[in-house]
Design a binder for this molecule. Structure first.
Ligand code: HEC
Length: 165
């Protein structure tokens, strides 16, 4: 038979869980309109997003990088950057519309970057760390329609920007 003490503890635990759920719901309310009606749904969403892989969401599961830079590929990336990315991304750490790219190859896995730039919408919908960025930037990066090859060039250019030679 549970004592009053035990049931008080149980009650407090429940309050804590509910508070945590409410906090998360609030923090993510900007861009997640889907199924927020019931607590089970929330719980499922949280468990799901908590397990976002560091590779992100998309078809790139494993990318082999050479130790050295492929200068030709990086130059191709620079051309695309000037054309399609420089309006929102600086090459320093400074945020413009999106985060500055300095250090991006250290804070993200190459697979994550490739998935993000080729599968932007799904990443922003499903990947927790992409969502965390969206919370800060308040603007959804539009899909840039990059081919896989172009995306790989972008990654090489980011590597160059981060000091790979
Ligand atoms: C209209 C503005 C805009 C353009 C153009 C744009 N981005 Fe973004 N980008 C963003 C925003 C904003 C974010 C942060 C996530 C969000 O809020 O959607 C972001 C995030 C990123 C990130 C993750 C950065 C990090 O710190 O983890 C990468 C990588 C990226 N963009 C690559 C690109 C590439 C490559 C291009 C060009 C082909 C590009 N972006 C063009 C706005 C833009």
């Amino acid at each position: 038979m549970p004592s009053i003490f035990n049931s008080t503890i149980l009650f407090m635990k429940k309050i804590l869980v509910i508070a945590a759920l409410l906090g998360l719901t609030f923090a993510c309310s900007n861009n997640r309109s889907e199924k927020k009606e019931n607590p089970e749904g929330d719980q499922a969403a949280i468990v799901d997003s908590a397990s976002s892989p560091a590779e992100g969401v998309g078809k790139f599961k494993h990318i082999d990088l050479a130790a050295n830079l492929d200068k030709k590929m990086a130059d191709g990336g620079k051309t695309i950057y000037d054309l399609k990315c420089s309006g929102c991304h600086k090459l320093t750490t400074e945020k413009l519309v999106g985060p500055g790219w300095k250090g991006v190859t250290q804070r993200r896995k190459p697979e994550w970057i490739m998935n993000f730039v080729t599968n932007t919408d799904e990443m922003l919908n499903k990947d927790t760390s992409a969502q965390a960025m969206l919370e800060i930037c308040m603007v959804k990066m539009p899909n840039q329609n990059l081919s896989d090859e172009d995306a790989r060039k972008m990654l090489e250019f980011m590597r160059e920007n981060d000091g790979i030679k």
